[in-house]
Design a protein. Structure first.
Length: 455
């Protein structure tokens, strides 16, 4: 259980409506005293005092809110939710229980309810910067991009958009594909705080979207310096660094993030991806990361897909097949899992089964070039050269720079006694290899499978 953030808002408790009775003053003082006990770590004593208050005044909002924080810290989230809800109903202007409800719904993975609670906070206190930032981030993460943009634009018009909110606005506009306005928002954030890390990462993403990887480098370097002690920023840096092709740098950032937050499944998952994207990929470390991730998220199709891929690379076919079959049963929306199952059939010399699987992949995902290459290889093994050539040429129409397709087409032409064409394909292979950046060991394996795409 994450430590629950205590929001007491004692100052609000002491500002009662006009004409408050002496008894009301006394109750408010007792609630304030209980809040002090909580701050001192005297939880049992605070709980006894709150129980006594609620026996006499069962709808005392401050006492309900404080007791809710105690129950949340104890992991009794349903009871805490009930107490916070009662506190909010008892005092329509009390921000504390609504903020606590928002955080509780975050813990329970109920983003829509969290959004409602944060909206109520802003209805009471439109200038509440914490609630505004949390709501904007929640809307962004829920892909409610238009709502996110509208919220931050309203705050911006009132001069209440912080650099962090402007960076979120940039992220929302980037999500909508509006690079120019995203860049403008990040620029406004950096104009206020030149080292705002979220805005620096945003500018790096804009550069990557424009195809300017080198232009992203200085922004990434500056963001990395600012992210040193924040797991969230280190995670964000790693995401962008991976997209820019800096697997080693992403891995280092994630290692720091994992030390700060060792049980964060997102960090563990991305660490596994980074081990596969380093200049020298480490399958053993990647395997450990994804096994740990699956301990935390045992039903994750993506976790099973990645671990199945790693085991496939290690020639551990039986365990790989079981994981991949489980992955595609849960999520059949992407081609990689089916494709890897076809490769396992190839490795086990089950050519007919491989053809059956790969034909289905090319039918369902006709734009996935790797499946056409693998199917061409299977047809070639069965000496069906006409179909092999068709599949390999289809792969090259989809991905003209695919070295594996050119390499296998060269083998096919050699078997078809067309040496000139075979030599031309090998010349293309060598040319592509020469143009490529320095790659990790193993990239000369032209039967190697592509790494899954993180989602």
């Amino acid at each position: 259980m994450k430590r629950f953030s205590l929001i007491t808002a004692v100052c609000l408790l002491l500002l009662g409506p006009p004409g408050v009775s002496a008894q009301g003053d006394k109750t408010a003082a007792r609630v304030e005293q209980a809040a002090g006990l909580l701050r001192e770590g005297k939880v049992e004593e605070a709980e006894r005092q709150l129980d006594a208050i609620l026996k006499g005044t069962p709808n005392e909002a401050g006492a309900l809110n404080l007791l809710g924080t105690i129950r949340a810290r104890q992991g009794k989230l349903d009871e805490a939710e009930s107490l916070f809800t009662r506190a909010a109903r008892a005092d329509r202007r009390f921000v504390g229980p609504r903020m606590n409800l928002a955080y509780l719904y975050h813990l329970k993975n109920l983003p829509e309810k969290a959004a409602v609670a944060l909206g109520e906070v802003l209805g009471i206190d439109p200038d509440n910067a914490e609630a505004a930032q949390k709501l904007a981030r929640l809307l962004l993460n829920s892909n409610r991009l238009d709502e996110c943009v509208n919220l931050v634009e309203q705050l911006k018009q009132r001069g209440r958009a912080t650099p962090a909110l402007l960076a979120i606005l940039g992220d929302a506009r980037l999500g909508k594909g509006d690079l120019a306005r995203a860049e403008e928002s990040y620029g406004l954030a950096l104009g206020q705080v030149p080292r705002e890390p979220a805005a620096l990462l945003g500018m790096a993403q804009v550069a990557l979207r424009k195809g300017d990887a080198q232009g992203a480098v200085p922004y990434l370097a500056r963001a990395r310096e600012e992210a040193a002690d924040s797991p969230e920023l280190l995670y964000g840096f790693a995401l962008v660094a991976l997209r820019a092709g800096f697997g080693d740098e992403a891995g280092e950032a994630l290692a720091r993030a994992a030390r700060l937050r060792p049980d964060d499944s997102r960090i563990i998952y991305l660490s596994g991806v980074a081990w596969l994207k380093r200049r020298k990929p480490d399958l053993s470390e990647a395997e450990q990361s994804f096994r740990r991730f699956l301990e935390l998220q045992p039903d994750s199709p993506q976790g099973k897909l990645f671990l199945g891929y790693i085991l496939l690379k290690q020639k551990r076919s039986a365990e790989a097949r079981a994981l991949l079959e489980s992955s595609v049963r849960a999520d059949a929306s992407a081609p990689e899992g089916f494709y890897y199952l076809g490769l396992i059939a190839q490795d086990e010399q089950e050519d007919g089964r491989a053809v059956s699987i790969l034909e289905e992949v090319t039918r369902r995902f006709p734009s996935f070039p790797h499946a056409h290459v693998a199917l061409g290889v299977s047809y070639m093994k069965l000496k069906d050269y006409v179909r092999a050539r068709r599949e390999l040429e289809t792969a090259l129409r989809l991905s003209p720079g695919d070295q594996k397709a050119h390499f296998n087409l060269a083998l096919l032409y050699a078997r078809m006694k067309e040496p000139a064409r075979a030599q031309e394909e090998m010349r293309i292979v060598e040319e592509l290899r020469g143009k490529a950046d320095a790659r990790a060991e193993g990239d000369d394996d032209f039967s190697a499978s592509p790494t899954p795409r993180p989602r």
